[in-house]
Write a protein that binds this ligand. Structure first.
Ligand SMILES: [Fe+2]
Length: 285
């Protein structure tokens, strides 16, 4: 028989929690409540050895919040037309949307023995690690976020390429559930801080990036078949190295989203097909 969820747990360094529990047997209301508590407390949960259909995965995540059944990205595979095998820089999924997904989960259905990893950083923890003077400088500040799919290796320039969809949003987001401040900027998708000149914006963003992307606080999860990861998509950013040459890497994806994600994708969304053009444009400036 399944023991109660939460009775067999192990912390992951530098953050996250491994929970030993067979999710396929179903969750009692108490288990569901514990799942939600652990998710918001630890921000990343790992369950190993899971076998779940996508519907069952929806059912598990529904204990945390509303799930997005209309999401166009249901499996992450090397032949995905958008993500492909490229290196994906640190990002939060749908970071450019007014309401990004609150949580993301991936279940490894079939991964090669030579494992690949997904890396995570905690931008709520980054806020706590920032010096007081930097925190003060961020008060009331907004940033320009571009609608990149998170594939750029280098950071965005101060001036966005013409035609690239962008939006402004607060630099420090208050987590809707936990109330924690989150440094909600990403090197691959933030171009500048509104109201600051080129140099000052760049200097301040680099101080934030140095803190957020500090390797000493980075988690790398090496995938094995049956691994289910559920993470807070607002507080955490994730990235992956190139998976060129990997043929088997099928991850089943389900998101927790109060607001449907596909309806928030702008029409001028820049697909990876345009990335090369973007780089040429940058070099030509
Ligand atoms: Fe992602």
């Amino acid at each position: 028989m399944n023991h109660p969820l939460g009775s067999d747990i192990r912390p992951i360094e530098p953050f996250g929690l491994e929970v030993r529990f067979d999710l396929s047997r179903g969750l009692s209301p108490q288990d569901g409540a514990t799942l939600k508590d652990l998710f918001y407390k630890h921000k990343l949960l790992l369950f190993r050895g899971q076998t779940l259909t996508r519907d069952e995965q929806f059912g598990v995540l529904e204990h945390i919040g509303p799930v997005d059944r209309a999401s166009p990205l249901d499996y992450v595979m090397p032949d995905d037309p958008v993500l492909g095998t490229r290196h994906l820089a640190f990002h939060s999924d749908m970071h450019f949307a007014p309401f990004p997904a609150e949580g993301v989960s991936l279940l490894a259905l079939d991964v090669e023995e030579q494992p690949t990893y997904t890396a995570f950083v905690d931008a709520a923890d980054a806020w706590r690690r920032l010096p007081a003077d930097v925190k003060q400088r961020l008060e009331g500040k907004r940033s320009v976020r571009a609608a990149t799919p998170g594939v750029y290796e280098d950071e965005l320039p101060y001036d966005l390429p013409e035609g690239m969809h962008s939006m402004e949003r607060e630099v420090v987001m208050v987590h809707p559930e936990t109330g924690e401040p989150i440094v909600y900027v990403a090197r691959c998708s933030t171009s500048r801080i509104v109201g600051l000149g080129r140099e000052e914006s760049s200097e301040l963003l680099h101080r934030l990036y140095d803190t957020i992307y500090d390797e000493a606080h980075m988690l790398k999860h090496w995938w094995r078949d049956g691994d289910l990861l559920i993470w807070d998509n607002l507080a955490l950013q994730h990235a992956r190295p190139s998976i060129e040459g990997i043929t088997r890497r099928k991850l089943q994806r389900v998101t927790i989203a109060t607001h449907e994600q596909s309806s928030q994708i702008p029409k001028s969304y820049v697909s990876p097909v345009d990335v090369d053009n973007w780089q040429v444009k940058e070099g030509a400036k």
